[in-house]
Design a protein around this ligand. Sequence first.
Ligand code: PLP
Length: 391
Amino acid sequence: MKKQTQAIHSRFQTKDAYGSLAMPVYHTAAYEFDNATEMADAFCGKTDAPDYSRVTNPTVTYFENKVKAMCNAHGVIAVSSGMAAISNTLICLTAAGKNIVTSRHLFGNTYSLIAGTMMRFGVKPHLTDLTNLKEVENAIDNDTACIFMEIITNPQMEVADIAALAEIAHKKGIPLVADTTMIPFTQFDAHSLGVDIEVVSSTKYLSGGATSIGGLVIDYGTTPNFTDRMRKELLMNLGAYMTPHVAYMQNLGLETLDARYRVQADNALRVAQALKDVEQIKRVNYIGLEDNPFYELSRRQFGKTSGAMLTIDLDSQEACFDFINRLQVVRRATNLFDNKTLAIHPASTIFGNFTPRQRQKMDVLDTTIRLSIGLEDAEDIIEDIVRSVEG
Ligand SMILES: *Cc1c(COP(=O)(O)O)cnc(C)c1O
């Protein structure tokens, strides 16, 4: 079956007692066993029978199995947020004395996790420019645990060469971990480009309508014992497993993910093209525009679509605030890939607690507005933005 058919028709692990067509929400913490042997076997991992919902739950397992089939992965683990996916993965791969080679351009909390929290436990950040392969190679030493990248950085909209980074990582015998939140796995095959472990904030495109917070760790089986260790050690000890209710909602989102995404990506391209000619907009940064420096690479890596996030630059922070305050259709909120188009000023919000000097190093500008394009009629989005820019 093709990905989209699997998204709709993946079968339950066992037949439901009532023949339910939708996966029921197994809202339970624990499971009863018929006898002591079955109980011992389940707890020791000799059978797949669930024992406790911090570690396994039928509704969550169904969601995980569906993603696993769609991605042709070795193992998939659903967790409580995108940050849980990233932190559990990095904790699994590192130890005190190790380092992570990554970019200065990272999602705010990922930056603060790698350059702050993990540092306190003796894991060092090696911050580099992932678009500069020489610099990446030089940043790797014998203690490097992995390369961590985001496929499209936010809000800089930078795209690194995934296959080239994978080649460098594999030459050094370390995995390439990619945060692929920006383009859904229905659209591009990260593993074929050399990604070993994919992490996704399923809060974004996948949830559909921003119903819930969630994360996915997708393991392609190229990192010895990774999924095994995640399940037997990290899920149990850190306790970040997804809840059944969230898995239920995100499974519904997954069924319509690709259909929604294609409309949003198409809308984003139309918005970007329309905004290019607006006098007050100094720059439109969207990798789907042919004159974008990452256009060719993006086509090669991601295929025909370029995501639904773009940024525009205005004259000043004041102009950005005025613009945001005038919006009537577009909503003022931080999420990405909601069904609704959203606008935010990253420098004063997501990156508001960093110093101006840190923001400068991360190339987060005071003049940038981030737009996440939704499922409305593109003409209404364009009209609202143009009217709000023109004042
Ligand atoms: C939102 C986001 C995260 C964090 O995900 P949460 O679900 O909010 O924890 C990580 N990486 C990227 C690229 C994101 O956009």
